[in-house]
Design a binder for this molecule. Structure first.
Ligand code: SF4
Ligand code: SF4
Ligand code: SF4
Length: 245
């Protein structure tokens, strides 16, 4: 039987909870994997090597960094789950020095919790596979775990949300209704679920690493009447501040 560990860094906890929300499918997972560590689900913990490590959350404290390094050292295949882990998410887009941030939020420059400037995990360790989303699509994780148990590596989605939007024949809310939509810049894989309800994509799966045109989208948004501040805030929400034009 293969072995699995789940590691939680700084985030809302939703991405770890999403594993429990696999419900019946979780029984398939535990038939294929022995779970040696999963803090949210159990106090049981077993030391030793892992076939697969799932890491959620961003590195925002010294403790996060230690947990991440332990997960990497002990695992053969490490998957970043959720946009905090893959892109840094909103906590990584906070600007200013650590002292300024501590003072602004806690009223003191005292860094008693060992806070670090928040970053996605790929900034510190090699990541073998990434499933972005806030939270990620749990079926994507399920499929990846089943494939890995069969010895097959899952394939990273490297196309924008627009591709799935068009395959589903949804109306383009950006072009037809002037609604801001970050689909052209955002990693696909969610089956354009927001567009199914006519809601513009807010970019929760983070930006594609290449082949996108943030300046082009900013130009369209400006033509629709949105100002620089609106676009800047929209771009930085999930990207960890990495999406600029
Ligand atoms: S990616 Fe979203 S859902 Fe997941 S831990 Fe971060 S904030 Fe929570
Ligand atoms: S609605 Fe958004 S995701 Fe769909 S095609 Fe238009 S820009 Fe792309
Ligand atoms: S459409 Fe955009 S905001 Fe909605 S789930 Fe997909 S990536 Fe996230």
């Amino acid at each position: 039987m293969r072995t699995l560990g789940v590691f939680e860094l700084t985030g809302c906890g939703g991405c770890a909870l999403n594993i429990i929300f696999l419900y019946n499918k979780l029984f398939d997972v535990i038939q294929l994997y022995k779970i040696k560590e999963f803090h949210m689900a159990s106090s049981y913990r077993e030391e030793g090597s892992l076939d697969v490590a799932l890491v959620s959350g961003s590195v925002s404290t010294q403790r996060d960094l230690e947990i991440l390094r332990r997960a990497r050292e002990n695992s053969r295949f490490l998957i970043a789950i959720g946009t905090c882990a893959t892109h840094g998410n909103m906590q990584s887009s906070l600007e200013g020095s650590m002292e300024e941030k501590l003072e602004r939020i806690y009223g003191t420059r005292d860094n008693y919790m060992g806070a670090l400037n928040s970053k996605p995990i790929v900034e510190y360790v090699k990541v073998d596979f990434a499933i972005p989303g806030c939270p990620y699509d749990k079926d994507e994780l399920y499929q990846a775990l089943i494939l890995l148990a069969k010895g097959v590596e899952p394939v990273y989605k490297d196309y924008p949300v627009c591709v799935e939007c068009k395959l589903n024949e949804y109306e383009c809310v950006l072009v037809k209704r002037g609604i801001p939509c970050l689909g052209p810049l955002t990693v696909g894989g969610c089956n354009a679920i927001c567009l199914r309800s006519g809601i513009g994509c807010i970019g929760c799966r983070g930006p594609l690493p290449k082949g996108v045109n943030p300046a082009g989208e900013a130009r369209i948004l400006k033509e629709l009447g949105y100002d620089d501040e609106y676009i800047r805030n929209k771009y930085k929400t999930f990207s960890g501040g990495g999406l600029k034009w």
